[in-house]
Design a protein around this ligand. Structure first.
Ligand code: ZN
Length: 243
């Protein structure tokens, strides 16, 4: 199976569409989305509907749970909270229900686990090796060696080493038998590694290989929609910076 694994779409329709074009060309069997379909940008309904059309396997992100009204946005920064309030007003009822019913974690085809933040917490960030080491322990409890996560909007692959975890470099990573991995595909809708191009991976389970893709999309169109919707200017600016 070839899984196109994406995360943090954040209502960015232009980026999601550019991803689909690229993924269709590259070839895949199933899309796995690691949460935060909505928030920040201006096309929440369209992004949810496109992913549903493609029968993507989705988990719930921290923005999705707030947009669905399961939790309030008091822990969010000012701009994120404004965008959530806007999103709640814009969401169709069926799409709000879809977000509210997403699982927090998904064991995909017994091959790998899909989560948004930490293995056991949607809101926590896996930022570095210390966080990764804690999550490798949680993965052992879940009896899984491969886990995909998002939330930081920064592409990263961690592997477990004696007493901890370390980063694995490369646009293409071969997953070794018996080793454990935590893999972040980066973000579709709001990349934060100072590269404004959208980011995703294709995980080929037969080859045990993860390949990263970076793709340009029409940022000025997305930015224009943010301003037209009355969302904060800063949310448009940061897309151009990839931050
Ligand atoms: Zn996010």
């Amino acid at each position: 199976m070839r899984y196109a694994v994406i995360s943090d779409v954040h209502s960015n329709l232009e980026a999601l569409t550019a991803f689909l074009t690229k993924a269709d060309r590259a070839g895949y069997d199933r899309i796995v989305c690691l949460g935060d379909i909505v928030g920040y940008n201006a096309n929440p309904n369209e992004c949810i509907e496109l992913l549903r059309e493609r029968e993507a396997l989705c988990v719930m992100g921290n923005h999705d749970s707030r947009a669905a009204g399961l939790e309030d946005e008091s822990a969010f920064n000012f701009h994120a909270a404004l965008a959530i309030q806007w999103t709640r007003g814009a969401l169709k009822e069926e799409n709000r229900e879809f977000l509210g019913n997403l699982p927090r974690a998904l064991q995909v085809n017994r091959k790998f686990l899909a989560v948004h933040g930490w293995v056991n917490d949607t809101d926590l960030y896996i930022l570095g090796p210390r966080d990764a080491a804690e999550n490798f322990k949680l993965m052992k409890d879940a009896r899984t060696r491969v886990c995909f996560f998002g939330h930081t909007h920064v592409p990263a692959v961690f592997t477990e080493v004696e007493g901890g975890a370390e980063l694995v470099d490369g646009e293409q990573v071969r997953l070794l038998k018996g080793a454990s991995y935590l893999i972040n595909p980066g973000s579709i809708g709001q990349p934060r590694d100072r590269d404004p191009r959208l980011s995703f991976v294709i995980y080929d389970t037969k080859k045990s290989q993860v390949k990263y893709y970076r793709v340009e999309y029409d940022i000025s169109a997305t930015a224009g929609k943010i301003l037209a919707a009355g969302l904060p200017d800063r949310l448009a600016e940061r897309l151009k910076l990839g931050w």
